[in-house]
Design a protein around this ligand. Structure first.
Ligand code: ZN
Length: 608
């Protein structure tokens, strides 16, 4: 992105952050403005964090806030859920607002602090001085007091305030800086006693900081991530757009998530997903580790696609309310296609493993009846209320712009390659978007000459662009069987198992059989059962998760069974006719005796 360089050096907005009471999960953060708005300076905290499209109201975690100037208290009035207005202060007087923020959200989107570590996103802790968003920011990160914290270090891609008094050393507390507020909140910070490893990708320093109790083999992790990063840097022209990159990894018992930033990513994973000394040195990687590498690959790809190639609706981000775009399929879907594709192209996995990953995505899309109600363009637009706020009806009503978006990217890539005899491909579309939008900072328009469709038309012709438009606004299934055929890949659909089905998803705790979702048009719905119902008996016999399997094995599609269930505290009885399982599980395999043309196309696509 083109950097805004103010013609006159503006005074900075200064921040000071202290993990003041780790045991109470409180950060103390001060924001100081040297020339506050003479009409009364206003300060606001974002309501959402870029990359996670849901209103999260970070200001709810501010537990104390006050203002002062020249050593005297200044009145501060909250004027809406996330904005405060300070009283006027004499011209030339610096104004400070100090707040305490409760940080107990162990996700990649918020802030977390205890005696073992601290993590925060700027959106949770740094107030924006309204009207001064373009000013440079200075940040002082202060080590918590006490012996217990003596060994704490800092991992972040925030630039160090080199040359300034108190400038932080690499991985140290001290002074950092950002060009403006937008940059300030785009570098999450981890502090604690994380494990650390460094490597270079195409000459650019990269670091991985792993927090949590883990036996991770850091050298192995670095060695496996390097080719993934280099493949992506090469895809976008061979020169990385950042000076330094940091993977901030939080390893927990059970977790999964990631959030992208311009020069770093925050990741949450299960500690057992990470490699350790027991991970085989060669041969196929453990499945969970492939999933973790896929997550790293996904967030790293965002360094280009969404952090620099952005929807026009995000230029600039309006963090006070929802920012609507119908294009998340291009930013999340295309990124989801490339995350696994990059694993096979960079040699982390073989083509058979890659085809299995593709099959999983295709199956996940096929299992959701919502794909026939909602297009990925609509799913993008309503991400704020639907995709990000999924309830029991989501399988019936929502399609994932990640999963279906990645299948659209696959279909488009295959189409471009097959129709051009291997000359055109999706990489060229991404490269064009990078030149046109990533390098210039011009947002990607929803339609017209500055859109993804225009870039596709340029690479593959107007018909390819029309096909894409239809795919993202339509609700039909993609013709993947037909598109994979010229590549010597066969797609077959099978049932996941031979057992008859209830037409519902079951879950629940312990020995409970709870319907978590009831599929539209299925047997459970026809029998009058609903999401939340707890099944207790099947033809008069007690039902547990293990018993359910046993019962299903004694039946075939068309059989009628009598079910008893509790809806809240009320007993209900239902007569359910079991249905045949749907052929909704994809199997992908290399076609036996593929001809030379197919082999050449496949070689160009996945190198096999
Ligand atoms: Zn993503």
């Amino acid at each position: 992105m083109a950097k805004k360089t103010p013609s006159v050096a503006l005074p900075s907005v200064d921040y000071r952050l202290v993990p003041i009471r780790p045991e109470a999960h409180l950060f103390q953060v001060t924001c100081t403005v040297t020339d506050p708005d003479p009409a009364g300076q206003r300060f606001a905290l974002p309501t959402w964090i870029p990359g996670s499209y849901m209103i999260r109201e970070f200001a709810k975690n501010i537990v104390r806030i006050e203002a002062s100037a020249g050593g005297k208290a200044v009145g501060l009035t909250q004027i809406d859920k996330a904005t405060w207005q300070a009283e006027k202060v004499p011209a030339g007087t610096a104004l400070s607002v100090t707040m305490e923020v409760y940080a107990w959200d162990l996700s990649v989107r918020g802030a977390h602090l205890d005696g073992s570590h601290g993590f925060f996103n700027g959106t949770s802790v740094f107030l924006c001085a309204l009207g001064q968003e373009d000013r440079p920011c200075r940040v002082e990160l202060v080590k918590p007091q006490g012996k217990a914290y003596a060994a704490w270090r800092v991992a972040t891609s925030l630039p160090i305030a080199k040359g300034e008094k108190g400038a932080a050393a690499l991985y140290g507390f001290g002074r950092y800086r950002a060009a403006d507020y937008d940059e300030l909140i785009d570098h999450p910070v981890e502090m604690g006693t994380f494990a650390l490893v460094e490597f270079k990708a195409r000459g650019v320093p990269h670091a991985i900081a792993v927090t949590g109790r883990t036996d991770v083999d850091l050298k192995r992790l670095a060695a496996d991530l390097k080719p993934i990063c280099e493949w992506q840097i090469d895809l976008f022209g061979g020169k990385a757009p950042m000076d330094r990159y940091v993977f901030l990894v939080m390893a927990v018992g059970d977790g999964y998530g990631g959030l992208e930033h311009r020069a770093s990513t925050a990741l949450l994973c299960s500690r057992d997903d990470l490699p350790n000394s027991n991970t085989p040195a060669s041969g196929p990687l453990p499945e969970a580790y492939v999933t973790f590498l896929g997550l790293c690959s996904h967030e790293y790809f965002h360094t280009w696609n969404v952090k620099r190639i952005k929807p026009a609706a995000f230029v600039p981000y309006d963090l006070t309310q929802e920012a609507y775009t119908r294009l998340l399929w291009a930013f999340e879907g295309f990124t989801s296609y490339y995350d696994d594709l990059c694993l096979v192209k960079s040699g982390a996995i073989d083509s058979a493993t890659y085809l299995n990953l593709l099959a999983k995505t295709a199956s996940a899309v096929k299992k959701g009846p919502g794909r026939h109600l909602q297009s990925v363009a609509e799913s993008s637009f309503t991400a704020w209320t639907k995709y990000y706020r999924q309830d029991e009806n989501a399988p019936n009503a929502v399609v994932s712009y990640y999963a279906k978006g990645s299948l659209i990217a696959l279909a488009l890539d295959l189409k471009l390659r097959a129709e051009s005899g291997g000359k055109a491909n999706l990489d060229q579309v991404m490269q064009l978007l990078w030149q046109r939008h990533g390098r210039t900072g011009v947002g990607v328009a929803e339609e017209g000459p500055n859109s993804v469709f225009a870039a596709v038309a340029e690479v593959g012709g107007a018909a390819a662009a029309r096909w894409l438009k239809q795919a993202v606004t339509g609700t039909g299934d993609l013709p993947l069987e037909r598109l994979l055929k010229p590549f010597g890949v066969t797609l077959a659909w099978e049932a996941a198992s031979s057992l008859p089905v209830l037409g519902a998803k079951t879950g629940g705790e312990g020995s409970e059989v709870k319907l978590t979702s009831v599929y539209n048009g299925g047997p459970a719905e026809a029998a009058g059962l609903a999401a939340g119902d707890v099944l207790i008996a099947w033809d008069g016999l007690k039902l547990t998760p293990a018993a359910l399997d046993k019962r299903l094995k004694r039946h075939r599609a068309g059989d009628q069974v009598k079910l008893h269930a509790f809806r809240r505290d009320e007993l209900i009885e239902a007569s359910l006719t079991l249905a045949a399982p749907a052929a909704d599980t994809a199997k992908l395999s290399l076609t036996a005796k593929a001809d030379r043309a197919a082999q050449a196309l496949r070689q160009g696509w996945i190198g096999a």
